[in-house]
Structures are given as C-alpha cells and as structure tokens.
Design a protein around this ligand. Structure first.
Ligand SMILES: [Zn+2]
Length: 211
C-alpha cells in the first residue's frame, strides 16, 4: 500500500484521510477498479468511472470516523478544495448538456462529497448550474446519490451490489466484468452474461487502442 503526498497546510488531516482509506481496505472494503467489457462503452468508460467511484464512495463511508478523530469537515480534502465549487460551476457551464451522464456524475460526486472547505453559496450555484445542464439526467444522478447513501449506512463493506446498481442507472454496461483484483474472472462479477478473457481483451484492443 502506497500513500502519495504533496505540500499541504494540514498534514495531520491529510494523513488521517489517507489512513482511513487504508483502514477501510483492511476492514474488508474491495476496490472494484478492474474491468473488462465486450461493448465499446464498457471498454472505454469503465476504468475511469470505477476509479472515480472507488475514490468517492469510501469518503462517504469514513467521513464520520474522520470527524470522530477530532478533525473538522473543512479539513477533509486537499488545500485547493476551497475552490472546488467554483471549478465545478465553471466546468458545468461549459457542458453542452448532450454529454454522457458520466460527465455530469464526475462533477456531481464532488458536489455531494461529505465535508469540504468550499463556500456554501458557491456550492448552491454549482448545484444549480449542473442541474440546469443535466436536465432529465438529474434524476439519475440523484438515484446514484441514494445508492451511495445506502452503501454508507450499510453494515457490510462489500460494494458489489451498489456498483451494480450504479452501472444499471447509468446504462450501457451490460456484457462487462468488474473486479477488485485483476484475477479474472474469480475476483469480480459479470454485469450480465459471462465471457472469456480473450473475448474481453479483443474488445479492448478493438475499441480502446490507447490502452
Ligand atoms: Zn480520499
């Protein structure tokens, strides 16, 4: 396990945050960040989507533990967090509205992240800007928020069920395998029908030649 670091004004809080990520793993949280898929969307979009979920979902789960250590919600993220809502407003206003839901989700997950150092008026503005651009997909984003909250309040630590449901809300992730380890297919689950490693890797080569 490796913790990357950079200059910060709150080193104790930053270290505690990273150690809570590791504690969650030690307690049994599985990082579902590996994937193979037969579809173009699954092959190309799953790696980034899963990495994003694997970073954000634990924050909801350990936020209360972070506070219990004596830190404040404003110390939860990096120093530049103070500008995060302004950055979201800027990014959201540049969206045409026709992007895939995943593009909205990236900004939305930052907005609903527990704790943070941003200004509440800027947060409201970011919410409104994103909601107006997301249109009917706002409901999908809210459903995903509900699923993350269910995971936060669940007893068990395995997030498979919740990842499955988030992928169902987003749509287009059938014929995919999602794993918490590269050991295919043992350490993971198929979203729908099973396939072989060769089939998955062939799709990856066909659709994502950057990988
Ligand atoms: Zn984190």
């Amino acid at each position: 396990m490796k913790i990357l670091y950079c200059q910060t004004n709150r080193p104790e809080a930053a270290l505690a945050h990273e150690l809570l990520h590791i504690k969650l793993l030690c307690d049994g949280y599985r990082p579902y960040t590996s994937s193979l898929a037969l579809t173009k969307k699954g092959s190309c979009a799953l790696p980034e989507l899963l990495a994003m979920l694997n970073n954000e979902i634990p924050h909801h789960r350990f936020y209360e533990d972070f506070l219990a250590l004596g830190f404040t919600g404003t110390q939860m993220y990096c120093d530049s967090d103070v500008d995060s809502f302004k950055r979201i407003t800027d990014a959201a206003s540049k969206l045409s509205g026709k992007e895939p839901t995943e593009d909205f989700l990236r900004l939305y997950l930052t907005l609903i992240a527990p704790g943070g150092d941003g200004d509440s008026n800027e947060k409201d503005r970011a919410f409104m800007t994103l909601q107006s651009k997301a249109g009917s997909r706002w409901r999908e984003l809210e459903r995903i928020k509900g699923i993350i909250e269910e995971y936060r309040d669940a007893t068990g630590l395995d997030s498979e069920l919740y990842i499955r449901r988030i992928l169902q809300v987003l749509g287009g992730y059938e014929k995919a395998w999602v794993g918490f380890d590269d050991d295919f297919p043992r350490c993971g689950f198929f979203t729908t029908e099973e396939f072989t490693q060769e089939e998955g890797e062939a799709a990856e080569r066909q659709y994502c030649n950057f990988r």
